[in-house]
Design a protein around this ligand. Structure first.
Ligand code: ES4
Ligand code: ZN
Length: 326
């Protein structure tokens, strides 16, 4: 496969992706009509006009509001299928997909509806799209830890096909220390551990995500560059950082793409991969993120290969699958 300008599309893994963030405006309107939901912005133009964010919270408000259209198992399945089709076009061959169980439960949607809808499509992702997949339950850090523990317990009791847990939503004011018992419980259950840190939060949140939660991967982590000791720690341990450039620009975590710390992170020897986060909200899928980087920084073939290779090596795919993709 090639991009429109003839560059090869590298096989890659997507490690930082919120499935609810793949709900395109067109699908939102379609699902709203199907489920008889009246949206505050019922036209495509009106809805699209809402996609201007000043920070993480301004995005989260719209992201949670739009989830109202996800009602049936088929809704979750249709959303997941649409994502896999778009990811495949961008060269994604392995995807670890997060979902927000608490956000659906809070709307009165049974856990089984969300889990079955998403996982039924992931179960066939290799046959249908040539993409191996894993499902990660992400917990909302702006809610109490007891709520997360309760929902993790329910997921384990129903034997939900999850490979790990994550931590997302409003970061500042909700430090990693709040979720020590949650991560201990997940580790005991044999689950893999990832967490958002250093997106809007300070470098100390990245330290604590490693040292208190034992996370194996950091989602975002871009503010690590403010702490040279932390950069050294991350480089020495080759801790995977799942960077999302277009997300960071759209949520104003950086002023411009030109000001993004990614080149500095690469120069420091960090293990970074490129991911789309919430592609329907931030201007595109993995392909658009790579294209923007090539445009802005003129990354050469070696750098692009390093980024794609990092994503595969940092995935929770089986070793044989990694070998196949590298
Ligand atoms: C998210 Cl970009 C981002 N950060 C934190 N939580 C999230 N949930 C969905 N997208
Ligand atoms: Zn994210």
């Amino acid at each position: 496969m090639e991009t429109p300008d003839g560059a090869p599309i590298l096989p890659k893994a997507e490690l930082h992706l919120h499935i609810e963030g793949t709900l395109e405006p067109e699908l939102i309107l379609e699902l709203a009509a199907r489920n008889g939901k009246v949206l505050p912005h019922p036209t495509l133009a009106g809805l699209r006009a809402q996609y201007q964010f000043t920070d993480l919270q301004s995005f989260l408000d719209l992201y949670y509001a739009n989830m109202a259209v996800l009602v049936t198992e088929a809704d979750f399945a249709d959303m997941t299928r649409a994502y896999l089709g778009r990811a495949r076009e961008a060269g994604v061959r392995h995807a670890e997909v997060m979902f927000d169980p608490q956000a659906h439960l809070a709307r009165g949607i049974p856990l089984t509806t969300a889990v079955a809808g998403i996982s039924s499509v992931l179960a066939d992702s290799f046959d249908e799209f040539g993409i191996t997949t894993g499902l990660i339950a992400a917990f909302l850090r702006d809610r109490p830890e007891d709520d997360a523990l309760d929902v993790l317990g329910q997921l384990l009791a129903m034997d939900a096909p999850i490979i790990g847990i994550g931590l997302d939503s409003a970061e500042v004011g909700n430090p990693p220390s709040k979720f020590i018992r949650l991560f201990d419980r997940a580790r005991d259950a044999g689950l893999r551990l990832v967490a958002h840190a250093g997106e809007e939060g300070p470098p100390s949140y990245v330290w604590d995500t490693l040292d208190l939660l034992g996370a194996e991967r950091i989602d975002h982590g871009i503010r690590c560059v403010e702490d040279s000791r932390l950069v050294e720690r991350l480089a020495t341990g080759q801790v995977p950082l799942t960077v999302c450039p277009l997300s960071n620009v759209r949520l104003r975590a950086v002023d411009t793409l030109a000001a993004h710390p990614l080149p500095q992170m690469l120069a420091s020897g960090l293990n970074v991969s490129i991911n789309s986060d919430d592609p329907a909200y931030f201007g595109g899928y993995a392909g658009a993120n790579f294209a923007a980087l090539v445009d802005e920084f003129g990354f050469d073939a070696d750098t692009l290969e390093r980024l794609a290779g990092n994503s595969i090596r940092s995935s929770f795919a089986r070793d044989a699958r990694k070998e196949e993709l590298l």
